[in-house]
Design a binder for this molecule. Structure first.
Ligand SMILES: *Cc1c(COP(=O)(O)O)cnc(C)c1O
Length: 495
């Protein structure tokens, strides 16, 4: 059955998957959502015999219904290849009584690679299917990891350009170095004087600027988004939850149909929403555990039903989760409002006007499968040290937020269900915070000394993504204020 995509903010004409991928964001400012969540049409035991690529096909074909089998398999084959340093693509590591789903084996060693290595292929295929002649301009705001993963995915892809805005003082030194050393004539990286929310708001404003869109079209350009609001990112993220379940089943760690918990370190709410969709496809998930850092706007939302961004923005050691407006939550809000675009639109208007909204009791019932909690900086550091000392396994700061929240969840509920923790970045990406958590003596070392030391104590080879930037020259040094973003875009495109 065909899946069509509606906007969360109006009842405009539903789009086919390829059209929704091309557009990224609806003109009314809404996000595209599938009109229904398709059920898995292969049994869990059939899936347990499949490779990552095969599982990805079984999941994605159900959502991207206007792609042919050949088109989709082609995109999958190009995405999940030797760019990943393991053939299983997303391995599971058992430590401290949980299964860490390592989503960081791609080219930029963060989970964003899982979706961003396939998005360029989905986009180019979508453009071809819709007879698009314009050059596609990818515009992205990043809290650190999306930027590099998108740059790596789109660099030198014919028919595309990519512009990345990141908060100049809001990303780790390694994240920044990864971005500003990006090669490719079609790439532009800009540090903005502001935080991630400023960057994201700026990008959203540029997207909804109708005059600019018209001018762009005349000059042969059109925007698309690589941010996690694009359904072309959301859908590939569903696959690894299905794959993780299938793997646990294949290894005899769970029985078919046994419910597992999933813990997700959350920022923009894309990753955990993918787990929610997987659950709605029929994947047996008991609890969706949403882990926040000190920017605990989601924890407060799950506890009270009030989403309130009016608070101090905290810079933490898990910068990719330093977010006060979790964009993808809108998809869940729309759904628990009974797919009511008008009601959702009112709540989102309240969010942009007053910085907050309150959901009613009926909507709250729709959140029953979620559990939210958060971890302080101290708790995050403590769990890194504990897991290293107990198991010799080193996790990054984002994953540690999830691990710390899982500890709280277990202490509170005594729930013994098998649990998968989404491990969203390699510890090599946040070396200083990780090593300091293990022992403060490391603080005197340089970033690259820390990399080598981490490799030694964790007994893990330094990933290629890190080796590459040791000596790479900086090729992007542009900075701007948040209100200058549009001009920067114009300048790069020469319009
Ligand atoms: C982006 C990111 C997150 C947050 O994921 P969302 O889908 O935005 O909730 C968590 N950890 C890392 C390492 C990330 O890069």
């Amino acid at each position: 059955m065909e899946v069509l995509y509606n906007s969360t903010r109006s009842n405009s004409q539903p789009l086919k998957a390829s059209q929704a991928i091309l557009k990224g964001l609806s003109e009314d400012g809404g996000l595209f959502v599938p009109d229904h969540i398709p059920a898995l049409d292969k049994s869990l035991s059939e899936l347990s015999k499949m490779s990552y690529q095969e599982v990805a096909y079984e999941v994605m074909k159900l959502f991207l219904t206007d792609f042919t089998e050949e088109e989709l398999k082609n995109c999958i084959a190009r995405a999940y290849d030797s760019k990943f340093d393991t053939t299983v693509i997303a391995p599971l590591a058992e430590a401290e009584g949980a299964y860490f789903l390592e989503l960081f084996h791609g080219p930029t060693i963060a989970f964003k690679d899982m979706a961003l290595s396939i998005l360029p292929h989905l986009l180019i295929t979508s453009a071809r299917k819709n007879q698009i002649k314009n050059e596609i301009v990818i515009l992205t705001a990043t809290s650190g990891d999306t930027g590099k993963a998108a740059l790596a995915g789109f660099a030198n892809v014919e028919g595309t350009r990519i512009i990345v805005f990141y908060p100049k003082n809001g990303v780790s030194p390694i994240q920044e170095k990864q971005m500003v050393t990006q090669k490719g004539a079609n790439t532009l990286v800009v540090g903005i004087h502001g935080n991630f929310d400023d960057a994201q708001t700026g990008v959203k404003n540029i997207f909804s600027d109708k005059e600019l869109a018209k001018e762009m079209d005349e000059k042969g350009f059109q925007f698309s988004s690589a941010n996690s609001i694009n359904v072309g990112r959301l859908v590939p993220q569903i696959c690894y939850y299905v794959y993780a379940y299938a793997k646990l089943l294949a290894e005899g760690r769970i029985t078919e149909g046994e419910k597992i918990n999933v813990v997700v370190p959350t920022g923009n709410f894309g990753n955990i929403l993918a787990a929610f969709y997987a659950n709605n496809m029929g994947l047996p998930i008991a609890k969706l555990i949403c882990a926040s850092n000190e920017n605990k706007v989601l924890f407060d939302f799950f506890s009270t039903g009030t989403y309130d961004r009016n608070r101090e923005f905290m810079l933490t050691s898990s910068p990719s989760m330093d977010i006060l407006i979790s964009s993808n939550l809108e998809r869940l809000i729309y759904r628990i409002a009974g797919n009511d675009a008008k009601k959702n639109q009112e709540l989102m208007a309240a969010l942009s006007g007053q910085g907050k909204y309150v959901i009613d009791e009926k909507m709250k019932e729709g959140l029953a499968d979620f559990y939210g909690n958060y971890a302080s900086e101290e708790e995050t550091a403590a769990v890194i040290k504990k897991i290293y000392e107990d198991c010799g396994y080193v996790i990054d700061t984002h994953t540690a937020v999830a691990a710390a929240v899982y500890e709280k969840y277990q202490a509170e509920t005594k729930d013994a269900a098998k649990t998968v923790i989404a491990s969203t970045a390699s510890p090599f990406k946040f070396t200083r915070s990780v090593m300091n958590a293990i022992d403060v003596k490391y603080d005197s070392m340089t970033d690259f000394e820390l990399v080598d030391e981490l490799s030694k104590i964790a007994n893990v080879k330094v990933p290629n993504a890190i080796e590459e930037i040791r000596t790479a020259p900086v090729v992007h040094d542009k900075q701007c204020d948040a209100d200058e973003m549009k001009n920067v875009v114009r300048e790069f495109l020469g319009i």
